[in-house]
Structure formats: C-alpha cells, structure tokens
Design a protein around this ligand. Structure first.
Ligand code: ASP
Ligand code: MG
Length: 405
C-alpha cells in the first residue's frame, strides 16, 4: 500500500461528467489499497473568467482581493469531487488551502509555499478517507488568502507530496506524458518513458506547458517522485521524471525540442562601448519588472557597439518606451526591435558528453534557409532566436535531425 498524490488539471475537471470520471479513477486507486490525496484545479476556463471579472472592477485589481476571487475556482471543484466520490461510496473530505495550513509568503498572485501542516490530512487518511485539497491556493504569513501563480496547482500537488512523504505524485492531464516536442506541431513526436529533472526544468522554462516550472524545481529539491499521465485515457505509465543518478543508460545528445512564441527582440544601436552601459540599459528594464532572457553585445568598433536582448512579447511596447526615454542619456544612436520572433531550443543532458550539437543545429537550420538572429547556450541546451514564421519548420527539422521521432 502506497500513499499517492493525484493532481487533476482544469481540463480533467472541466465538466460534471469529467469530475465523475476523476472520481472513478480515484476510487479505483483506493480500491487497489492506496491512500490517496487529490489536488484539483478550477474547471477549465474558470480562472480566466475570474481574472476578467476582477478587471471589470479595477484596471489593476488589488492583489489581495484578486486572490480572494481567484481562489474560489478551486473551492468549487474540491466540493464537487467530494460529492462525486461519496456518490459512488468512497468516503472523502475536501479542504481549501488554508484549512490544511498551506502557508505562503505575502507575494499575492505569485506566492511561494513556506510550510504545510499535514496533521488533518493524516488523520483523515488514517480513518480511510480520500483527502481532496484545492490547488493553487494557500494562506499568507499575514493570514490572507494567497495564490501560487497560474498553473500553480502542480506546485500544490508536489508540495503536498513532499510534506506527506508520498510515494509518488501523479499529475493527470490532457496529454499522456511528456513528448519529445509538441505533437500538434510534429506528429512523429514521441512520448518519453522518463525524462530527468534537469531536462524537464529546461523544457518547462523553454515553452513546454506540461508542468508549471516551479513544481518541477520543487520536486527536484525535495526528491518527490513525479509522473505525468493522461486523465482522459486508461492505462499507460505516462512519463516519470527521474533523478540523473537513477539513470545509467547512455543518453542521446538531444532528448527534446521546445519552442516559445512569447518573445520579442530589442536592439539598442550605437551605444558607447564603455563600462556601465549594459547596466544602464538592463537596470532600467529590470526596474520595470520586465524579465530579460537572451542578451547579445557585439564587439565594439570605433568606440560604439550594438546591444540586443529579448523580453516577453507582452512587455515589448513598454520596453521600447522605457529605453526611448533613456536614449539620450545612454547615448544610443537608435532603438528598435521585432516582436515577430520566436525561440526554438534543443535540450538534452547528453550534450555534456557529445560535441558538435550546436554545429548540427546551425547546419540543419542553414539547410532550410532559416536565419538565426541570436543564440544562447547552457550545459544542456542550445536556443536560437528566429523569425516566428519558421517556428514549426525549425522544430520539425531539428526533431528529425536528432532522430527523436
Ligand atoms: N486554476 C489555476 C490556473 O488556471 C491553477 C491551475 O490550474 O493550476 O492557473
Ligand atoms: Mg496546468
């Protein structure tokens, strides 16, 4: 008998029928003799609806009050799921985040989990009940309702699994695992039986939407056994996120291709090539809470240089405005950019021991006539910034070049 945390996302609880389906799945695991804690998201579309309602009241909704509104979505699904379970004879009890004392910091709408009190849940499990906990929410150190950022139910589930020392945290979603790339773009994409934490963190941060990145980091830190499975079909082992030391197989150089359209490039041209310029430019952007990703500074010639970087597409206009105001004090000749770019990345732990991966990527793209605007690399990934019209083509040819199909 094991203690297993199940997490069901918005699509999986998107209608009364689907909630009943989840209840059946939970009942089955219970019948196999396991202790089950279930974490659920709000019904699909509900959190977006609540965000929109809040914006009808206030242009920039008060963060504390926004969390009060957003947390209601999950409260509906926990109650409904408990009823569905009782209806088929399974004893269950629902809890909001604050009822199980999921304590967070005070960063409303993106709070971080600080502690969880497992007492109430333990008592229910010992009494043979299924415990259902609302995802995405907690209580702040000041006693207010908090939420964990969009997609945060994944993180709730992993945190509960860590607190309860669960044997496994199973994330049930509308895909049956983690794929080598998005199967909607590349039909030959393959489900991976396993993927390491490091690769999953890169894939999550580079655009793969299967898991909230924070949940993967959390699972890596607390060594939670994490698995992604389909809630819509039966059978299958999904994808297990593994620790590198558990793996002894020879790894392929590249295990996955990710892409991200949420990118825009900013160019600050003809700036003086002297100390402090990068700080002047990026400091102002950071002060506006805009996240900078790729950065390139060219070798200067005749005392000036060009400086380029990328920001999320939604921050493009604001970034241009901020820098235009500073243009004179920076001493830049021109500020421009492009918000029709995308980032395509190849990820693989095997890159550490294979040479020539980057060269192969560049050759593959060159053969298709795709121009690379920026490049960034880490130990286990290579990313290129390209025109967004080539996103699908680049993903397809790279997937093929590394034999991922
Ligand atoms: N309901 C929240 C959202 O839509 C949390 C989640 O689904 O994980 O972002
Ligand atoms: Mg989700």
């Amino acid at each position: 008998m094991a203690l297993i945390v199940h997490k069901y996302g918005g699509t999986s609880v998107g209608s009364p029928e689907r909630i009943k389906n989840v209840a059946k799945r939970v009942a089955k695991a219970r019948a196999e003799g396991h202790d089950i804690v279930v974490v659920v998201s709000a019904m699909s579309g509900e959190t977006n609806r609540l965000v929109a309602l809040a914006h009808e009241m206030q242009e920039h909704p008060d963060p504390r009050e926004l969390d009060v509104v957003l947390a209601t979505g999950e409260q509906v699904t926990i109650g409904l799921l408990a009823m569905a379970l009782k209806d088929i004879g399974v004893d269950a009890k629902s809890y909001t985040g604050w009822q199980v004392a999921l304590k967070t910091d005070t960063a409303h709408t993106k709070a971080r989990i600080e502690s969880i009190d497992d007492q109430r849940m333990r008592a229910d499990l010992d009494a043979g009940k299924v415990v259902i906990v609302a995802g995405f929410q907690g209580i702040s150190s000041e006693g207010n309702i908090s939420t964990l950022g969009r997609g945060g139910s994944d993180t709730s589930a992993v945190a509960l699994a860590a607190a309860l020392k669960a044997d496994e945290c199973q994330i049930y979603t509308d895909v049956d695992g983690v794929y080598t790339t998005d199967p909607r773009v590349v039909p030959e994409a393959r489900r991976m039986d396993t993927v390491t934490f490091e690769e999953m963190i890169e894939l999550a941060s580079l655009g793969s939407k299967v898991l909230q990145i924070r949940s993967v980091e959390f699972a890596g830190k607390y060594k939670v056994r994490l698995r992604v499975l389909s809630s819509l079909q039966d059978g299958g082992n999904g994808t297990l996120i593994t620790f590198e030391e558990d793996e002894n197989m020879e790894r392929a150089a590249v295990t996955g291709i990710a892409f991200d359209k949420n990118q825009a490039r900013i160019n600050v041209r003809g700036v003086p090539d002297k100390p402090g310029v990068a700080y002047q430019i990026l400091g102002a952007v950071a002060d506006a809470n805009i996240e900078v990703d790729m950065i390139i500074q060219n070798v200067g010639s005749e005392g000036t240089t060009d400086f380029s970087f990328t920001v999320p597409r939604g921050d493009y206009r604001q970034t241009i405005e901020i820098l235009s105001k500073l243009q004179d004090s920076i001493g830049a000749a021109a500020i421009d950019g492009d918000d029709t770019v995308c980032k395509v990345s190849a990820v693989g732990l095997g890159m550490r021991s294979h040479v020539g991966v980057a060269a192969k990527i560049f050759r593959t793209l060159a053969e298709e006539g795709i121009n690379i605007q920026m490049i960034s690399t880490s130990e286990i990934k290579v990313s290129v910034l390209i025109d967004e019209k080539y996103m699908e083509l680049a993903t397809r040819v790279l997937h093929k070049a590394f034999n991922l199909g």
